[in-house]
Write a protein that binds this ligand. Structure first.
Ligand code: HEM
Ligand code: FES
Length: 753
């Protein structure tokens, strides 16, 4: 099935070739143009629709009925007749292996095979993993130079995979060769001659798996996931069939090791390539779980995956015909600035790093993600602890040419063994950290910054400019972004960034009636002090595609609005800033200096903003951005009702009270349609807490209904909305809710998770 007759892709899009040097060298970078201008396009060269933005990639992953996984293991390049003949001689017959199955059979099998991935079961592999990594590091620790891929990054994941699967002692080199042949055969673009050689490699791999399987079947009490499958084959042969066992063994050896080995190589390349990041982890191993997540986001080993449309549909507004094949480029989604602030930078403190798409998403999301995470964490922990002075050698990086798996094949490093910390203190060798299984808890991750300057900005408003204590540059941020400031007494407050030229400057309004956070900043904080922050994050984004922007600020809400106005200087926009008194309005001089056309509305000078008139006069299709007190936001929302052409974006700073009073709340049931699970949310717990306890990774940022990170899609059931994110219209529609604070209005919800 080819492109859509209505949709016209650009020349660049039609010529897009993932086997070309740009994509092969830098998958997300090579699609930056598409993310910005043509996020879903048809490539004539590939005969695929290519999906590049985060939300669109996720939406395709999420809808496993409209988008079939059946093509996930299809060869990118059709086999030659000679290759087909060669494969026949090995009786090659790879068919279904979870990852390329559709419902209902996929979920039935997935459910039957889930136990081995529970946190308790995975914990059982940690000691062996630790010992293995330690032995591999022991082998090189005094050498002074090594290729980390050869030394441990591929062998550890392969050994762990075999241990997890229960596959007996195997010839590691042979398995590595087989995996490469399988990857190139399915996801590569081999020439006709190469196809023949690969067909032999793949055929031998298939035959080898048959022999191993027979040996395993002879041991009915064996441990490991393949043995679970062999037992399931005996108990439910109609669900776990003979061919299934054989196909699964071959696919899973690759799925369970190559993904992790390549991710490890990318991780070490990126971590050592960024000295500040490496040093930060050496000094503070608590960063490791999030560093792993950030490396999976920034340079994951799975860069693109495939689906097929089962009906005429749309993705990102682009019509996609039934039967069309889609290349969903998760690596591109992982660099989408709409989702990740400053996405091309490696930021170990990024607190939504775990929302990456490298493990896929939805019903097929990687079952082994927590095992992969555990391996990467242990490898990074051992290397940073034992070889903190490791350095990259000069080298060119190469990766196997294919569309899905990305990972460098060598990471050459050097170090001075005389500086190994365990030479001074041998006990360090065994003094490792342990990390809980699962996604990192980012709420404990803070960035220590120094207060570079304190400036009075208005009556009761103090300006803070922050800097890295070591002088390292701080990550860039986009207009509308904020950071969290951690304050004494377990308080956290959000402040928008409003500095010029990317400076991390905030404006803090003194609130005498509050819980004391702003008073502490005004009364106690001094220049040179260290503060702890999280972010930056942006839930209040400018839509650059809007033809015009109407910016409305009330009081201290000027901070993000001013950053937006700075960004829009050369584009059509209007800025309105309201306050009670001129002397209490922060940054008013800068507003008037840099934006002389801005409108000031000052209560005690007798001028008032006429919201209905402002909104009525807004250009067609404009984005209306408003930040200020709840009253102002409600006023703008009401004024926008007759103008559905406008895009309304707002930001509140007053958190929702998330305390749950059991006398006023009720328990409810939630059905997770994609995971085929039913959970009970007690009156005393949030829906998000219950999801996390079940191992469902719903990202959470603010935890108090302000940011929209924990949004989930609701299929059925009334919602008691308690967030400050959704508009009136979105609430009335009843399709989305914030899991951190909103609840079921009745006793049942059905959600797409
Ligand atoms: C960094 C390491 C890993 C990465 C990046 C990764 C990536 C992926 C991706 C992208 C998918 C397809 C998701 C989708 O279609 O939505 C997947 C599926 C899968 N992965 Fe992983 N994987 C990793 C490690 C592992 C490990 C260690 C195991 C096993 C021990 C494993 C087992 C599986 C299985 C069984 C599936 C199929 C799930 C299904 O279709 O229901 N993976 N993985
Ligand atoms: S985590 Fe921010 S709204 Fe729920």
């Amino acid at each position: 099935m080819s492109g859509c007759p209505i949709h016209q892709s650009s020349d660049r899009a039609r010529a897009f070739d993932p086997f070309g040097p740009e994509f092969q060298a830098d998958p997300p970078g090579s699609l930056a143009w598409a993310r910005e201008g043509e996020p879903v396009f048809y490539s004539d060269v590939l005969n695929y629709w290519v999906v590049t933005r985060y939300e669109d990639v996720k939406a395709v992953f999420r809808d496993n009925i409209t988008f079939s996984a059946s093509v996930a293991l299809e060869k990118m390049v059709p086999p030659t007749p000679e290759a087909i003949e060669i494969l026949k001689t090995y009786a090659f017959d790879l068919r279904k292996t979870l990852v390329n199955e559709d419902e209902p059979v996929h979920m039935e099998r997935r459910r039957a095979l889930l136990d081995a991935f529970s946190p308790a079961a995975l914990q059982g592999h940690e000691a062996m993993l630790r010992q293995l990594v330690r032995a591999r590091v022991d082998a090189i620790v005094d050498q002074g130079e090594a290729d980390l891929v050869k030394a441990l990054l591929w062998e550890v994941p392969l050994t762990v995979a075999l241990h997890f699967l229960g596959v007996p002692e195997s010839d590691m080199e042979k398995l590595r060769e087989f995996s490469v042949a399988h990857t190139l055969n399915v996801w590569g673009k081999p020439s006709d001659d190469q196809q023949e050689a690969l067909a032999h490699g793949v055929g031998r791999f298939w035959a080898y798996c048959g022999v191993v399987l027979d040996r395993m079947k002879a041991n009915p009490d064996g441990h490991g996931w393949m043995h679970d499958m062999i037992r399931a084959n005996r108990e439910i042969p109609e669900i776990v069939t003979d061919n299934y066992l054989h196909s699964m063994l071959m696919a899973i050896i690759v799925a369970a090791h190559e993904t992790t080995a390549l991710a490890g190589a990318n991780m070490m390349r990126r971590m050592l390539g960024d000295r500040a990041a490496w040093t930060a982890v050496c000094r503070n191993p608590d960063l490791i779980p999030n560093a792993v997540e950030e490396c999976l986001r920034h340079s994951g080993s799975q860069v693109a995956w495939r689906r097929m449309a089962t009906r005429d549909t749309t993705v990102g507004g682009v019509p996609i015909p039934k039967g069309a094949r889609l290349l969903i480029v998760s690596a591109s989604g992982n660099h989408d600035p709409r989702q990740f602030e400053n996405p091309d930078a490696l930021d170990l403190w990024r607190d939504n790093a775990a929302a990456h798409l490298t493990f896929g998403y939805g019903a097929h999301q990687c079952m082994g993600k927590n095992l992969g995470r555990m391996e990467l964490r242990v490898m990074l922990e051992e290397l940073t602890r034992r070889l903190p002075h490791l350095e990259l050698q000069d080298q060119n990086f190469h990766a196997l040419p294919n569309v899905s798996f990305y990972g460098v094949d060598r990471v050459l490093v050097r170090w001075d063994p005389a500086r190994n910390p365990e030479r001074r203190n041998p006990a360090l060798r065994d003094r490792n950290r342990r990390f809980p299984i699962g996604a990192p808890d980012v709420r404990v991750l803070t960035r220590a910054l120094r207060v570079a300057r304190l400036d009075p900005l208005a009556q009761g408003v103090l300006g803070l400019t922050l800097e890295d204590p070591e002088g390292a540059p701080l990550p860039a941020w986009s207009p509308g972004a904020h950071i969290d400031l951690h304050l004494p007494g377990d308080l956290t407050r959000k402040y928008s960034l409003c500095g010029e030229n990317g400076a991390w400057s905030l404006a803090v309004l003194r609130e005498d009636g509050g819980r004391g956070g702003s008073r502490w900043i005004h009364d106690t904080l001094r220049e040179g002090d260290i503060v702890h922050t999280r972010g930056p994050r942006n839930h209040f984004r400018l839509d650059d595609s809007a033809p015009a922007h109407l910016l409305i600020a009330g009081g201290i809400g000027i901070t993000p609005i001013l950053a937006m106005a700075d960004h829009l200087r050369a584009r059509p926009h209007a800025l309105h800033y309201a306050g009670r008194t001129r002397s209490g309005m922060a940054l008013v001089d800068r507003v008037m200096r840099d934006h002389p056309g801005a409108h000031l509305w000052i209560g005690d000078e007798g001028t008032r903003m006429d919201l209905p008139a402002l909104i009525a006069a807004a250009p067609r299709g404009a984005q209306v951005c408003v930040c200020g007190p709840a009253r102002l936001i409600q006023g703008v929302e009401a004024a926008c009702v007759p103008r559905p052409d406008l895009i309304l974006t707002f930001e509140h700073f007053d958190p929702v009270d998330t305390a749950l009073d059991p006398d006023r709340e009720h328990a409810f049931t939630v059905e997770l349609l994609d995971s085929d699970l039913t959970l009970t949310v007690p009156a005393t717990r949030s829906l998000l807490d219950v999801l996390h306890e079940t191992g469902i990774d719903v990202p959470c940022d603010c935890g108090e209904g302000l940011c929209g990170t924990c949004e989930i899609e609701v299929e059925a059931g009334g919602i008691d909305h308690r967030d400050r994110v959704l508009t009136r219209a979105e609430r009335a529609e009843g399709r989305r809710m914030m899991a951190c604070c909103s609840r079921a209005a009745g006793d049942r919800l059905k959600v797409r998770l």
